[in-house]
Design a protein around this ligand. Structure first.
Ligand code: SF4
Length: 323
């Protein structure tokens, strides 16, 4: 690990459980949406969070920003635990921690012009005078590849790719340090996806941003991430620098995910690992290793003992009894 890298966000032992009630309002169980997630995001870098739909990666992003309250754990941003901040301190920190959603259209008011919608973010954070806010919005529209006249247009006048640029602009006007990007390109065509990924990289350099990039497609995550964390059923099972994860994946679930990624050279063949069975319900997760019901290498110990997260190679962490 380079001595120059400085952590900007350190998440430890994050849990988010939702109680499930019966028709009489009595608690009948807990959905363990996020059950054990720890990782570090370094300044100016991207941490990719990947896993199948429903594995808890979006809940992780939202809980870190306290859009929903955590059940347990810590999230240190510049050495302050976000989970212990008072409401007024949280409001101050939120300026630095912005979020980009999969569908920015749904969070835009169809009757408000884009320029005014972007200015609203600045008003919430008490940034600039009216004139300064307009100037900033015009500048950011240019930075995300839109034009100044887009300031006066309404949300329905934009394409999917343009709306995602607006989503980015809305995060950027607050001049944040960290942006949580929740499936920002999943709804876009492949050609538009790469435009947005390239834009994210350009903006990262220009604004010295750190990203938590959440997506279900590991090949998309690979293009932008310095490190990747693999989630399964609310748990982070492996996290490592991107190159290390692709060159030598250690967890059987990561190996299965990577076996489904097409190789650049179609002449080279690799064996596809097809996992058997369904993902278990987070309402009743398996005992021991969370992955044991689908793991091709399962042993007796896996059914009863939870594997501990360990550093199996420099900066490469995994939770598996085999490693
Ligand atoms: Fe498979 Fe056991 Fe490793 Fe879990 S701990 S991934 S069941 S080998």
């Amino acid at each position: 690990m380079s001595a120059k890298r400085k952590p900007i966000l350190e998440v430890n032992g994050l849990k988010k459980h939702f109680s499930v009630k019966d028709s009489l309002g009595r608690t009948k169980g807990l959905v363990k949406a996020v059950n054990d997630v720890s990782f570090t995001l370094y300044e100016g870098e991207t941490f990719g969070l990947v896993g199948e739909s429903g594995c808890g990666k979006s809940t992780t992003g939202r809980t870190i920003l306290r859009l929903i309250e955590p059940t347990e754990g810590t999230a240190l941003f510049n050495n302050q635990n976000i989970f212990q901040l008072s409401n007024s301190d949280l409001r101050k920190v939120r300026k630095d921690l912005q979020m980009v959603f999969q569908d920015p259209y749904s969070s835009l008011n169809p009757r408000i012009r884009i320029g005014n919608a972007l200015e609203e973010t600045m008003i919430i954070h008490n940034l600039g005078t009216k004139k300064e806010r307009m100037e900033t919005v015009m500048e950011i529209l240019n930075k995300v590849g839109l034009q100044e006249d887009h300031y006066y247009r309404y949300p329905h006048e934009f394409s999917g790719g343009q709306r995602q640029r607006i989503g980015l602009a809305r995060a950027l006007v607050a001049n944040p340090k960290v942006i949580v990007c929740d499936e920002p390109v999943s709804a876009l065509d492949v050609s538009v996806q790469s435009q947005i990924i390239n834009l994210l990289r350009k903006l990262q350099n220009e604004f010295k941003l750190s990203y938590l990039f959440i997506a279900h497609d590991i090949s998309v995550v690979r293009h932008i991430s310095d490190r990747i964390g693999v989630m399964y059923l609310g748990n982070m099972v492996e996290d490592a620098p991107t190159e290390s994860l692709f060159a030598s994946p250690l967890h059987p679930y990561t190996k299965a995910l990577l076996s489904a990624v097409p190789l650049p050279n179609p002449g080279v063949k690799k064996e596809r690992i097809v996992l058997q069975g369904e993902i278990p319900s987070p309402l009743n997760p398996p005992s021991g290793c969370i992955f044991h019901t689908r793991c091709p290498y399962v042993k007796d110990v896996c059914r009863t003992v939870v594997p501990v997260r360990k550093e199996a190679a420099p900066d490469h962490y995994v939770s598996c009894h085999l490693v």
